[in-house]
Design a protein around this ligand. Sequence first.
Ligand code: SF4
Length: 353
Amino acid sequence: MDLLDRLVDKGLRRARPTREEALAVLATSDDELLDVVAAAGRVRRHWFGRRVKLNYLVNLKSGRCPEDCFYCSQRLGSKAEVLKYTWLKPEEAAEAASAGVAGGAKRVCLVASGRGPTDRDVDRVSKTIEAVRERHPEVEVCACLGLLSEGQAGRLRAAGADAYNHNLNTSEATYGDICTTHGYEDRVATVREARSAGLSACSGLIAGMGESDEDLVDVVFALRDLDPDSVPVNFLMPFEGTPLAGTWELTPARALRVLAMTRFVCPDVEVRLAGGRETHLRSLQPLALHIVNSIFLGDYLTSEGQAGREDLAMIADAGFEVEGADSDTLPAHRDGLVTVRRRGAGTDLPPNA
Ligand code: SF4
């Protein structure tokens, strides 16, 4: 059995590929690229059919972060000319979320810059979650607020959040090369904290920051071990005014190989094509839909994406369909991990407590 047949076989059984197999995907030639995409596509269709889940970002608080993540335009001392503002009011955030929901988004991701929330911030975000829920009881709400302190994940869950995002970003070995103000273990702890509070965990990576193939494979296997329900794959946007400005390492083919490797290692998980897709995949974006089952709609936190209507046209042109609120994203064996709350805050029904 050759490499791709083995990976498809394992993907359909949720069996773990070897590290060598994952590395071999990254090392495939351009002549093999369409075979790699087709093989990853078989795994994708087995677990997710031709559905594409749309996610919509709302940046609740932008810029002026005290942390120094080298890839981030909102970092301490960043000279990137991104929007800088403090907390949106709950109604403003709900209004912003409505644009994404109107475009077909099934999940709203409420994001704030910063090391992590204070308890007052959690109160504020809880009100925002309730405001979004009031308008859109059918959508999933994910919070992304940085490192969580004890008890904060439970409070977000009680306020109606379905999920929490905190990315590992890169391998443990190279984490110190992209951030000095917090560590890899802090990130792992927050993902675990979110999961143990009953939130669906979302954790992913950024490719193109100078990492080796080994680093990419390490972070994707670390994610498999953490077992999040969704894995966003970002491609570095090297903002001017950040330490990684000028780091242009990716080609569209490389980006597809990274996505395919992630799909083979995390076969039944929502693999989400995230920041940098337009810039790095360029005209090959539709091929990525054969690998991932989820994308962000519209703009990112500090950069603009292609117009939402172009995303929708791309999905239709490539023969995929937008996933509706009435279908489950994850396969049945993962059921119960992403259950949209329909009781408690924001409803007439009592909470589950
Ligand atoms: S990634 Fe988050 S914690 Fe790091 S600098 Fe950017 S906003 Fe701050």
